[in-house]
Write a protein that binds this ligand. Sequence first.
Ligand SMILES: NCc1[nH]cc(CCC(=O)O)c1CC(=O)O
Ligand SMILES: [Mg+2]
Length: 354
Amino acid sequence: MTSRVVRPFEGRNAPKVIDETGTTENLALTRRPRRNRKAEWARRLVRENVVTTNDLIWPIFVVDGHETRVPVASMPGVDRLSVDEAVRAAEHAASLSIPCIALFPYTDPALRDERGSEAVNSKNLVCRAVRAIKAAVPQIGVMTDVALDPYTSHGHDGVLRDGEIVNDQSVALLVQQALVQAAAGADIVAPSDMMDGRVGAIREALDRAGMQHVQIMAYAAKFASAFYGPFRDAVGTNATLVGDKRTYQMDPANGDEALREVALDLEEGADMVMVKPGMPYLDLVHRVKSTFRVPTFAYQVSGEYAMIEAAARNGWIDGDKAMMESLVAFKRAGADGVLTYFAPRVAQKLKAES
Ligand SMILES: NCc1[nH]cc(CCC(=O)O)c1CC(=O)O
Ligand SMILES: [Mg+2]
């Protein structure tokens, strides 16, 4: 062995070079953490967290058309799917045992208006997709996004009046939107708009309409983030968005406030809560889970996906390994599940390894 002690150091455990070949005395270590890492079987034995297919929610973009797949340039590997293709994707997800998919529409620009009226049209693209998917693949969970941004001419999640996103008037529309989605067959409605009081209002309206079984996943701690850029390409809101969303989405500097937001949504009846984005906010995934002990989800958002894919496609990181590492990090932080564009790839990989 040619290993040598380079820097001299003293103490009980100092290894002494005992001959000119560089051989040393063993350190008198009681604890050697490396023992538990000595082989793959040993690492498997002490592994604290695992990613399973049960942890995955797959976000899917839908678009008008027939047998149509429109690539999202800023999300390599992700396409917008026409309803028939979305049904095929749902079948694929079910065959991989992915428990749930989440639908996001690219709304025809001609249908976008000041109030986002298309959001409450019971025959809109998302409602049609939900009906088709639930008819063909009833065993998969379908989640819909409650927010006006893909439907408004200004790209905001609520109603814009005199330069302000007006809260209570927005909530009234969001309630109608959640109702048409639930009536179409959505299993989970997921308000991502960050208006105050919308969870309670939606819960009450669903219950009054006899839809007590419809779950609410609240985007409870959602931040005004630069990591949503590619998503806004996918749903066409980069083109429409006027200004930014900082009067309703949270300031990335705040952590305690996220706990207050989560507490409110739980009081109002949220069944599950979400932290979004994911990786830059793992501290909050951990704090939310350890504070409330409720089903807690993280959204690995479009920009996170795009960063990993861009680096991988440049040969700068190993994409598959980075994907799995990012997902186990969510589990380690305490997430019960992750919304991720990688879902089918992860499920495929887990299936191949089992
Ligand atoms: N209500 C909009 C919405 N729902 C999910 C995302 C982002 C998801 C992603 O980036 O993957 C956004 C973007 C936004 O708030 O502008
Ligand atoms: Mg809130």
